[in-house]
Design a protein around this ligand. Structure first.
Ligand code: NAD
Length: 441
């Protein structure tokens, strides 16, 4: 935000949870010149922030923290630092459970601790709005709101629980926070809406996002609907892509044409090996599971997940058209769930590696940044230090992440024992001397 307008009326803001979302939010607000306290139970994260460094890898975030730490941004493990905050954002994790629904233990613990701290020591006569940033399903948000109401009912401190879901993407978190398409305020009072608008005022003034005011549960449903729709769009184009492959048609030519229809739009039409990460799989599963608990079976979302699970298996089937993986040396290029991140959560490379191992392949994997977490997940496979190293002597290569450097590979394929390349991301050029299979083209 630096270089753009600072907020006209700085506010006291606390952000609880300093992961991907919380750190981006705290740094973003601090950069607008709000007075921000980041609270995390992890002392190492607090120390890192106070030293002016980013605890996570996100383009642009380090610079913002370097210039705001010790000024408009401070970090602490101590909840009593929030007692003078007008807005208290909660951005802790809401992980998935075995049945697909979300676990709100951390969210509940952080929210209750914030509420109890404010009830015990509020320094604001005008009260506080606690804003849930974490992704939480409408039924679980409603339950949390009931908890909060029961804890505040005897108190004369005015505490409202609101919801302000986050739509940023890892890898472009700062840019997404600074220029969102929309900002959704789930509120019960005009006051809460006005305070939130004041907090986001420079973004609203300069980037003109749509500002939507609704009730908290609807706000939370908007977040789930957004991700469910995008995930379904990916699975639809993958379904179409699989059909194209069977028909001998290039799905990318088809996608480019249908993307000109403004009702479809060109975004999210790159068919391939599917979606991963910490959000789409978790959010779609949560919606399916909690809709089922409410009595509705969501067939399209079920199919969205099922198809996504199938795509890595299709990579292996294409490989098997050319070679029996048993005993073969198979290079897996790309381990991160998408380029630009070291995050491997739900990476499509995980089921792929499992499938290859099951068939007795000798897997050699490479990723420019995501090798360390994958080494923890699969310590038994081999890891190369470069794409060239992975290809050297390999019988086949499966391309799983669209890192730019894979697009630049050329003579490196000549060192393969059998140059069979199955591309799951349309990043490798077809060329003489390699047997090339595109997943959907
Ligand atoms: P994260 O796991 O990176 O960070 C959570 C942080 O909260 C950790 O640093 C943890 O130490 C801290 N924490 C846990 N309990 C705490 C407590 N009681 N008090 C203080 N701090 C506590 O999580 P994230 O990726 O930032 O996601 C946070 C929420 O935002 C989740 O609900 C997620 O679904 C949602 N979300 C994430 C993204 C994304 O791209 N990562 C995008 C949109 C929404």
């Amino acid at each position: 935000m630096k270089g753009e307008e600072s907020v006209r009326t700085p506010m006291r803001i606390a952000v609880i949870g300093s992961g991907y979302v919380g750190t981006t939010l705290a740094a973003g607000f601090a950069d607008m010149n709000h007075d921000v306290t980041a609270v995390d139970i992890d002392e190492a994260i607090v120390k890192t922030l106070n030293a002016g460094e980013s605890p996570i890898h996100e383009p642009g975030l380090g610079g913002i923290i370097a210039r705001t730490a010790g000024e408009s941004l401070t970090a602490t493990t101590d909840y009593t630092a929030i007692t003078d905050a007008q807005l208290v954002f909660i951005a802790v994790q809401t992980p998935t459970t075995a049945d697909g629904s979300i676990n709100t233990d951390a969210l509940r613990a952080a929210t209750i601790e914030a509420v109890d701290t404010l009830v015990a020591g509020s320094e604001r006569p005008d009260g506080h709005v606690i804003v849930i940033k974490s992704t939480v399903t409408p039924p679980k948000l409603a339950a949390l709101r009931e908890d909060v109401e029961s804890r505040t009912s005897g108190s004369d401190i005015d505490i409202e629980l609101a919801s302000n879901p986050e739509f940023l993407r890892e890898g472009s978190a700062v840019a997404d926070f600074s220029a969102p398409d929309k900002i959704v305020f789930g509120i019960d009072s005009k006051r809460a809406g006005d305070w939130l608008e004041q907090a986001f005022e420079p973004i609203i003034a300069t980037k003109s996002p749509d500002v939507i005011r609704t009730d908290p549960e609807t706000a939370s449903m908007i977040k789930y609907a957004n991700n469910a729709f995008l995930a379904a769009k990916i699975s639809v184009i993958n379904d179409i892509g699989n059909i194209c492959k069977e028909f001998g048609i290039d799905a990318y030519v088809v996608a480019e044409a249908i993307g000109t229809d403004h009702r479809i739009s060109p975004e999210f039409l790159r068919s391939g090996v599917g979606f991963g990460g910490s959000c789409f799989p978790k959010d779609v599963r949560a919606l399916i599971a909690e809709a089922a608990q409410a009595g509705y079976h969501a067939p399209l979302l079920d199919a969205t997940v099922e198809l996504n699970e199938e795509q890595p298996t299709r990579m292996v089937s294409l490989l098997e058209k050319h070679l029996n993986p048993a005993g073969a040396r198979v290079a897996v290029l790309g381990l991160a769930f998408k380029p630009g991140t070291d995050d491997i959560r739900n990476s499509r490379s995980i089921p792929l590696i499992e499938a290859l191992k099951k068939r007795g392949a000798q897997v050699v994997a490479y990723d420019p940044v995501a090798t360390p977490p994958m080494r923890e997940r699969f310590p038994e496979i081999e890891y190369a230090n470069s794409a060239a190293g992975a290809l050297d002597g390999a019988d086949a290569a499966l391309v799983m992440t669209a890192w730019d450097e894979f697009g630049a590979l050329d003579t490196e394929f000549d060192t393969m024992t059998r140059p069979i390349v199955v591309d799951g991301r349309r990043i490798i050029e077809r060329r003489d001397g390699i047997t090339y299979e595109g997943l959907t083209w």
